[in-house]
Design a protein around this ligand. Structure first.
Ligand code: PEP
Length: 255
């Protein structure tokens, strides 16, 4: 580690397209009530659907919980029907935004260049992008995990440059582990996270030390403590289990 670099521990809840007004409100209340049980050294973040951002800001602004969005458009404004821009997210108090989540890469034709443009838009608006990378089951079986991840990183690095990663977070999310109940084993996760940091270090050692590196994929309270013991892992991106406040806070406390 470069002397003096203390990376923030992050536990991020991706709510995906889940929740009713009532259930989201209950979830926000429970998080608000329980956050004091999580050490202040751990930054808890939630990523609700766009339509719940206003309520999220209202409920969480007086807490230490941060929030963000699951997607962003590359342009700051314009004729892009149905899209949401980074300045709009900032206006609702967002700090983070997911970029390149595998569900979006798969269902929304998320190309490498498009993902890089979204990353750039987030940085322009002073949002912290959480760039998701990871291999599919077939790529893993073909021994291509690292080449795929390096390609996904290069697609963004080639456009925005390593300097733009200073405030970024990268989530290693093996596609086969997302929503399947098959969390990756701690040892391979540690190896991939180390490889990602080494890859970034070759571009700029100081910036590489500042980037938060998370694991995501079927984290529950059972896996969290083992995963978070890995010194390489700065936190977790949690999908399904983040919809249950008690479990999500348990995960955050396992650091
Ligand atoms: C995710 O959506 O990023 C995720 C990791 O989901 P899950 O925890 O449900 O696998």
């Amino acid at each position: 580690m470069v002397h003096g670099v203390e990376r923030q521990k992050l536990v991020v809840g991706n709510w995906k397209m889940n929740g009713t007004r009532e259930s989201v409100l209950k979830l926000l209340y429970s998080l608000q009530a329980g956050i004091s049980t999580v050490p202040r050294t751990i930054q808890v973040v939630v990523l609700p659907s766009f339509v719940y951002l206003e309520e999220t800001e209202r409920r969480l602004k007086s807490t230490s919980i941060a929030w963000g969005a699951q997607n962003v458009h590359a342009a700051d404004s314009g004729a892009f029907t149905g899209e949401v821009s980074a300045p709009m997210l900032r206006a609702f108090g967002c700090t983070y935004v997911l970029v390149g989540h595998s569900e979006r890469r798969r269902y929304n034709q998320g190309s490498g260049e498009g993902i890089a443009e979204k990353f750039q838009a987030a940085i322009r608006a002073e949002l912290r992008p959480i760039l998701c990378v990871g291999e599919t089951c077939e790529e893993r079986q073909a021994g291509e995990t690292l080449p795929i991840i390096y390609k996904q990183l290069d697609e963004v690095l080639g456009k925005v440059g390593i300097a733009s990663f200073e405030k970024a977070v990268i989530a290693y999310e093996p596609v086969w582990a997302i929503g399947t109940g098959l969390a990756a084993a701690p040892q391979p996760v540690g190896a991939v996270i180390t490889a990602i940091r080494d890859f970034l270090s070759k571009k700029d050692k100081t910036i590489a030390e500042k980037v938060g590196l998370l694991y995501g994929g079927s984290i529950t309270r059972h896996e969290a403590s083992e995963l978070f013991k890995l010194p390489q892992v700065d936190g977790g991106l949690v999908g399904g289990a983040s919809l249950n406040a008690a479990e999500f806070l348990d995960i955050a406390r396992s650091f």
